[in-house]
Design a protein around this ligand. Structure first.
Ligand SMILES: *[C@@H]1O[C@H](CO)[C@@H](O)[C@H](O)[C@H]1NC(C)=O
Ligand SMILES: *[C@@H]1O[C@H](CO)[C@@H](O)[C@H](O)[C@H]1NC(C)=O
Ligand SMILES: *[C@@H]1O[C@H](CO)[C@@H](O)[C@H](O)[C@H]1NC(C)=O
Ligand SMILES: *[C@@H]1O[C@H](CO)[C@@H](O)[C@H](O)[C@H]1NC(C)=O
Ligand SMILES: *[C@@H]1O[C@H](CO)[C@@H](O)[C@H](O)[C@H]1NC(C)=O
Ligand SMILES: *[C@@H]1O[C@H](CO)[C@@H](O)[C@H](O)[C@H]1NC(C)=O
Ligand SMILES: *[C@@H]1O[C@H](CO)[C@@H](O)[C@H](O)[C@H]1NC(C)=O
Ligand SMILES: *[C@@H]1O[C@H](CO)[C@@H](O)[C@H](O)[C@H]1NC(C)=O
Ligand SMILES: *[C@@H]1O[C@H](CO)[C@@H](O)[C@H](O)[C@H]1NC(C)=O
Length: 887
């Protein structure tokens, strides 16, 4: 059973006639916005839920109201009929005034409904404050997508932002906030993003308010492995989680009652930490000689809960108080009836969440407030970038600001530049709240009044520019300000300069500081679980478990101090000598130096020696290494550690025993030919790695050297991208590289980048397109003896001559899904489009490739699993398919 993408719901309509009406619940604390609803004072009660919606007008300053195509309206609840789209600005944010420390369920609903008539499915990112919540994709014109998360408001403000990431325009249909009891859904750190929330019912009826007083969305699920148990009797649902009656009154049992019940799922991000809530109630009237008792284990026999007997007609919730992870993101739960049980195991409902690490800290709150006031005072509403948090994420920092990003502390504003911004009135005292300000540029405006005395109390200031403000009275310079000028710590620029100071250059803190810790992983261990039964029972604190299984407590503490991680991963040169057995075995020569085989505590590693002279700057090297040590993705070759001992620099990577994709394509490693499915699996994985560099990393990274020799395969033939991230401090060398300012490998190099020297993610997309052409054709990228030397020109040439079959690698022996191959060629040609604007983005590439892989898997294995069709996370382990060539 798979719960993938359960939140993509084709229909949102609730067939409420089959549900018993529960007594009306009040909507205290609900914020229900129908985005783009006009006129702005409109509000209404939605018919199927009785939820009162109102326009989002008071919560957002930007965006354009629209309506979905009328033909689709009857399919959906009213709050999705109108929507707000954001053609302007990269980031646009909703602002809420809330109470700090309260817990909320936050839900965004997105129904495209071809509102713009373009029939182009949007894809963009959703942020909660400065942290990325998720990527919103649209699967079809009428496929809704719902994203829910559970979040504790840290300050009195909450910002939910839509961020444009590609060519399509972000939009939102409705945005809803529901207060939750803060003793429920407790995490050790971070917020919870809903992966799935299901109950077991054959009716495709989606449950929310007012069956659910907290307005969670419950999706019905059932498949052939399960039978259903239902009851008409009311179930006591009064524990803290308040499961709806309709959800509590049905349960799944195994189809074959003598077999265990199993449930499995895969998380999109393999390393994600997860919280799982299972709700149980006995809903059969047990006879005296009947018992239902079962053990719950997961991932091959690890204990979750033993000897569990669901109480009669009363909901019990079992959850993990500390996060769990699984090495490959797969979870597999087995419910086995115990010896004394006469009845099979059951489950009534299941919720799965992943932890959203709130790694990016918001800017100092006083400074945020000051900037919001400055924005209001000077009517700077229309500045496109002045949305969301002023300093973070760094790539969306407000135009005209510079910030410092101290380690594990909120960012601070160090420079405010409002030159030529039509400012009028006096210099606002809100500026005084920016206590770390070093530069203030208010030149070329219509400001008036005195030079305010508070500037003299801002001791960090090194530069104030008030030139070009004819109305400012600069004949009086406040005493304390004059002292700073006299001490030469401050330069004050006025139209009629009477004084001169010396301007000091103030470096802005290094980029690495903005990426705070939070990548340490927790190993799965035996965990202590809570059982919550009745409301009357005191809710447990995370530290005092109520019901304990055998085993130890997972410490579950994450290192919050990145410098500690760094220290552990720094090695001396003598460590390196030991590790590599005095450089006994050369693995190859890579972009930056020779690579040796090594062993580190019984883990195989690859050690890349760098020459000091090739580093452009030692400081940059350090900064980049610190950054790379924090980049973790299952499809990126992980940096295990580094050495900077005297003039010896080395990088220590995980070892990839099956070499690179090129060697494998050429048959240099073994006689086995990579099948089409193998090839698809590898490019899907490599694409996911690249997508992560582009969209998952802060700051985003451009790889700059994507090619088949940089796609490495581990012992299970999982693909990982290598050699990323050092591009800034190291010039890429080696004879195969162009030694100009433009780095990269001929043939893979984006012609637009070559021409303009303007580097973007789209250059990687180009190179990736070349990789795709290689896996289809198995031809050299450049071959002077061909009619068209470059592979993309050659493929184009063959296609225009209608010669499709001759393009495809004959070694595949026609064993492939031709629709899939055709689709890959189309995609590859889109990627190598000379104009970077017309190339797809990596999320799009990943989506398309997944679809092709699914075609192939279905063709080969006759899979019925529909989820592969629209899932971007489909990634079965390649191990079994490859086992013939593994040792
Ligand atoms: C909505 O409220 C009206 C009046 O209170 C009630 O008659 C109706 O049954 C409610 N509908 C739902 C779906 O709760
Ligand atoms: C939130 O508070 C600010 C000032 O504190 C106010 O200007 C704004 O209108 C409020 N927003 C809403 C939606 O109430
Ligand atoms: C729980 O929420 C209440 C307000 O509903 C708040 O006063 C209290 O501090 C919160 N408790 C915790 C532990 O955050
Ligand atoms: C339980 O008792 C009933 C009679 O009350 C009997 O029909 C049934 O077979 C018994 N079941 C088991 C498992 O012993
Ligand atoms: C789940 O785990 C069990 C026991 O380890 C195994 O037999 C079964 O194949 C697994 N199922 C899936 C889908 O991984
Ligand atoms: C259930 O768990 C208990 C405790 O670990 C164990 O003794 C028992 O054998 C398990 N029963 C089954 C059927 O797995
Ligand atoms: C299971 O049944 C045996 C006797 O048949 C009994 O001794 C044992 O206590 C029972 N175990 C539980 C957990 O009820
Ligand atoms: C402010 O920005 C302008 C151009 O946008 C630039 O010329 C000026 O040097 C900046 N001021 C400071 C202090 O950096
Ligand atoms: C300043 O105001 C003038 C007239 O009101 C307008 O034409 C100009 O575009 C404005 N400039 C900016 C940068 O807002």
């Amino acid at each position: 059973m798979k719960f993938l993408h359960c939140w993509f719901l084709p229909f949102l309509i609730i067939a409420f006639d089959i549900l018993e009406l529960v007594q009306a619940q009040d909507q205290t604390g609900f914020i229900s916005l129908d985005c783009g609803l006009v006129p702005k004072e409109t509000n209404y009660v939605e018919k199927s839920t009785n939820i009162s919606y109102r326009s989002d007008f008071n919560y957002i300053e930007t965006g354009v109201p629209n309506k979905i195509n009328e033909a689709y309206m009857t399919m959906f609840q009213q709050q999705t009929w109108s929507l707000r789209s954001f053609p302007e600005g990269q980031r646009n944010c909703y602002n809420f005034n809330l109470t700090a420390n309260r817990k909320y369920l936050i839900r965004g609903t997105f129904i495209y409904g071809n509102y713009d008539g373009l029939n182009q499915l949007p894809i963009f990112d959703l942020y909660i404050g400065p942290n990325k919540w998720t990527t919103v994709t649209t699967q079809g014109v009428t496929n809704g997508s719902i994203h829910e998360m559970i979040h504790v408001i840290t300050h009195n403000r909450l910002q939910v932002c839509l961020v444009k990431t590609g060519d399509t325009t972000p939009f939102i249909s409705s945005l809803e906030l529901r207060p939750l009891n803060n003793q429920t859904y407790v995490t050790q750190s971070g917020s919870l993003v809903m992966v799935s929330r299901v109950f077991f019912s054959p009716t495709p009826t989606f449950v929310r308010y007012d069956e659910d007083i907290h307005d969670r969305t419950w999706v019905p699920y059932i498949d052939k492995n399960y039978s259903l148990l239902t009851t008409g009797v009311s179930v006591d649902t009064s524990n803290l989680y308040n499961v709806p009656q309709v959800v509590a009154r049905t349960a799944a049992i195994p189809e074959n009652e003598s077999q265990p019940l199993t449930i499995d799922w895969t998380l999109e991000e393999a390393t994600a930490q997860s919280y799982i809530y299972m709700h149980f109630a006995e809903i059969k009237n047990l006879k005296a000689n009947e018992t239902r008792e079962f053990n719950i284990t997961y991932n091959g026999g690890q204990n979750w809960f033993n000897h569990f007997r669901p109480p009669n007609f009363s909901i019990t919730t079992i959850f993990n108080p500390g996060a769990v992870t699984s090495p490959d993101g797969k979870f597999n739960f087995t419910f086995t009836k115990t010896g004394n049980s006469t009845l099979p195991p059951l489950i009534n409902a299941l919720e799965i969440y992943r932890v959203l690490d709130l790694a990016v800290l918001e800017t100092d709150q006083d400074e945020v407030l000051a900037m919001m006031n400055i924005k209001a005072t000077y009517e700077l509403r229309k500045r496109p970038s002045w949305q969301g948090d002023p300093c973070v994420p760094e790539s969306y920092r407000w135009e005209g600001l510079d910030c410092s990003y101290p380690n594990s502390e909120p960012p601070r504003i160090t420079s405010l530049n409002l030159t030529g911004s039509n400012l009028t009135g006096t210099i606002t005292s809100d500026i005084s709240k920016l206590t770390q300000l070093e530069e203030l540029d208010l030149s070329n405006n219509g400001l008036s009044g005195e030079i305010p005395a508070f500037l003299g109390d801002m001791k960090m200031l090194t530069l104030i520019n008030l030139r070009g403000n004819p109305e400012v009275n600069d004949s009086v310079i406040p005493e304390s300000l004059q002292q700073m000028i006299d001490r030469k710590t401050l330069t004050l620029l006025l139209d009629n300069p009477t004084t001169k100071g010396k301007r000091k250059h103030v470096p802005v803190a290094a980029i690495a500081a903005s990426v705070t810790g939070g990548f340490a992983l927790i190993a799965i261990g035996a965990i202590i679980f809570f059982v919550l039964t009745r409301k009357k029972q005191k809710a447990p604190e995370a530290s005092e478990p109520v019901s304990v299984t055998t085993g130890t407590v997972s410490t579950g503490t994450r290192s919050s101090n990145p410098s500690i991680i760094t220290k552990e991963r720094r090695f001396t040169y003598s460590d390196v000598l030991k590790m590599t057995n005095n450089f006994a075995r050369v693995l190859g020569k890579g972009g930056f130096g020779t690579v040796y085989y090594g062993n580190l505590d019984d883990t195989e590693v690859a050690v890349k020696m760098l020459s000091h002279s090739s580093a452009q700057g030692y400081k940059e090297f350090k900064a980049e290494v610190e950054l790379l040590l924090r980049v973790h993705h299952r499809h990126l070759v992980g940096l295990v550690g580094y050495c900077d001992d005297g003039d010896k620099l080395a990088l220590i990577y995980e070892y990839m025993s099956n070499g690179d994709l090129r060697e494998n394509m050429l048959g240099k490693r073994s006689d086995n030919v990579l099948s089409w499915e193998n090839r698809m699996q590898i490019v899907v994985e490599a694409a996911q790695g690249l997508e992560y560099l582009h969209n998952g990393c802060r700051p985003p990274m451009v790889h700059r050297d994507v090619k088949t020799t940089n796609i490495l395969l581990n012992e299970r033939f999982q693909a990982k991208l290598a050699d990323f991230g050092l591009s800034r401090s190291f010039p890429i060398d080696g004879e195969s590289h162009v030694m100009t300012v433009v780095a990269g490998t001929p043939g893979y190099l984006d012609p637009e980048y070559y021409r303009t020297n303007w580097l973007s993610e789209k250059s990687d997309v180009y190179s990736f397109g070349v990789v795709l052409l290689e896996i289809v054709t198995n031809q050299p990228v450049i071959d002077k003896n061909r009619v068209k030397p470059h592979i993309s020109d050659w493929v184009g040439f063959k296609l225009t001559n209608g010669d499709i079959r001759s393009i495809i690698d004959p070694k595949l022996m026609d064993d492939y899904d031709s629709n899939g191959v055709w689709k890959v060629i189309e995609l590859a040609l889109a990627c190598v489009n000379p104009s970077s604007n017309r190339r797809p983005t990596m999320p799009h590439v990943v989506m398309e490739l997944n679809e092709c892989l699914a075609f192939e898997v279905e063709r080969k294995h006759g899979s019925q699993e529909m989820y592969t069709k629209n899932s971007t996370e489909f990634s079965p382990s390649a191990a079994s398919d490859f086992s013939p060539i593994a040792r």
